[in-house]
Write a protein that binds this ligand. Structure first.
Ligand code: ADP
Length: 358
């Protein structure tokens, strides 16, 4: 159990700044998911916490103790990798005990009892005498987790641990891992590029782009109050729709689609001096109507209808305008929508996000 502090942490590989001045305070027992596109610096951050990579600048502290120069074995951290890194010639029991033998001086009986407890928690106690080659991917994943759990570390670090599992197993393991982490109460930093994992498993999400921290907040805050356009576009599937607007006399204007909207006082507060802005609207917040009723309803043509069962994902475009922009719209699965037909969309003022252009 421990607090983990990243203070202005930077990692440079020659002239590549892989991690750029990242500061995060992770609470004792918190499940923090580090998320972002490939190459944004997630693994490098995790590897610096683990002690597998040196820190160019800044500090990393566990429970207030700076560990910058502490070797990996002395950090009281257990790591779970995407490749489970199990020894094929050892049984499950030996694989789980091996981590303990390497990192502790526990009595043999204590090691055995820790292995058995962890195996029970993970429901693999009937597999202890098997070799990894005799296990399914999901079972191997549990053994890898077991090897981390037996060490009873201050911090768990997990690097895309579910990415080798098929979709169904992955969704089951998400729930299970989250339950396990809560039960064990071990501070956890979990790296993924998968925003579903970030949204469903974490207490807070830390979103990185180009080595820079974009936002650290609960999943719902990231969804409802993204701090910038990058976060807004990254969180949510299908992605938020964006179009460029100008601020003119307190109104948001896009002459291409004859869009003109009064800017509410709440939104205006969040916008600086600049008048060139980006308007964002989530597909699920757009309303689809048969005919125009107000000045804020825009004629569209539905190009694509993807029936998902509970909802229909639509791609619409704006006819009779100069814009080539398309919009993602999600409507209820019971709503009958015909591809190729004209409709109108309405953008409720309360659902509008406004960002600086980047
Ligand atoms: P992610 O895990 O988000 O995909 P990484 O942390 O692996 O990103 O990489 C961040 C950046 O640092 C990338 O530009 C990557 O090419 C670079 N990088 C990572 N490791 C090294 C290394 N050992 N040497 C040089 N550049 C590296």
């Amino acid at each position: 159990m421990a607090e983990l502090t990243l203070g202005n942490v930077t990692k440079r590989f020659d002239d590549v700044v892989a991690v750029d001045d990242v500061s995060i305070e992770i609470d004792d027992g918190e499940f923090l998911v580090l998320v972002g596109p490939s190459g944004c610096g997630k693994s490098t951050t995790l590897r610096m916490i683990a002690g597998l990579e040196t820190i160019s600048d800044g500090r990393i502290a566990i429970d207030g103790d700076v560990v910058n120069d502490a070797p990996a074995q002395q950090r009281d951290i257990a790591m779970v990798f995407q490749s489970y890194a199990l020894y094929p010639h050892m049984t499950v029991r030996e694989n789980m005990r091996f981590g303990l033998e390497e990192s502790t001086t526990l009595e043999k009986a204590e090691m055995d009892s820790r292995v058995e407890d962890a195996a029970e928690t993970l429901e693999i106690d009937d597999l202890l005498e098997r070799k990894p080659g005799e296990l399914s991917g999901g079972q191997q994943q549990r053994v890898a987790l077991g090897r981390a759990i037996v060490r009873d570390p201050a911090v768990f670090l997990m690097d895309e641990p579910l990415s080798n599992l098929d979709a169904k197993l992955r969704s089951g393991m998400r729930t299970e891992l989250q339950r396990l982490q809560e039960e064990l109460g071990v501070t956890t930093v979990y790296v993924t590029h998968d925003q579903t994992e970030a949204m469903t498993m974490s207490d807070r999400i830390a979103i990185l782009d180009g080595g820079e921290l974009q936002q650290v907040a609960t999943p719902l805050e990231c969804y409802h109050r993204p701090t910038n356009r990058f976060v807004a576009g990254f969180i949510g599937e299908p992605s938020m729709n964006f179009f460029d607007v100008s601020l003119e006399d307190g109104r948001l204007v896009d002459s291409d689609i004859e869009f003109e909207y009064p800017l509410s006082s709440v939104v205006r507060d969040s916008v600086g001096e600049t008048t060139e802005l980006v308007l964002g609207i989530r597909p699920e917040d757009v309303e689809l109507l048969d005919a125009r009723e107000t000045a804020h309803d825009f004629p569209v043509v539905v190009d694509v209808v993807e029936p998902m069962g509970n909802e229909n994902n639509l791609l619409v475009r704006f006819p009779d305008t100069d814009t080539e922009s398309t919009f993602n719209v999600i409507v209820d699965g019971m709503c009958h929508v015909e591809a190729g037909k004209r409709y109108v969309i309405r953008i409720p003022e309360s659902a509008i996000h406004v960002f600086d252009r980047e």
